[in-house]
Design a protein around this ligand. Sequence first.
Ligand code: ZN
Length: 120
Amino acid sequence: MIRALNGEKSEATQRMKKCPFCAEQIQDEAIKCKHCGEFLVAGVQRFTEEKTRWYFAIPFIVVAILTVGPFALPLVWFRPRTTQGWKIAITLGTLVVSWLTYIALKEALSTLGQYCHMLK
Ligand SMILES: [Zn+2]
């Protein structure tokens, strides 16, 4: 009898999970917490993934900026979930990095040129 009760109890707790927002026990299948009313992470992620197109995903934008530099900036500007402040910050950051890369490249080429001159 005791064993049966214990088994029932563990089965019941297995189907429960902890709410990440208020730490209350809630049903495993719950999408919304009955204690605090927050939507649970998995559900929210699915929701935002549906709304965000793949080329607006942050990893893709980062790779795009690293490979094509300022040419990837329209992706940042057309991304609906980026705030104005971030757009300006990312644009300025990308332009500064591109400019520094350009200067470094020019410097490297002129150094290389000098070496070639010395070899003659
Ligand atoms: Zn909760």
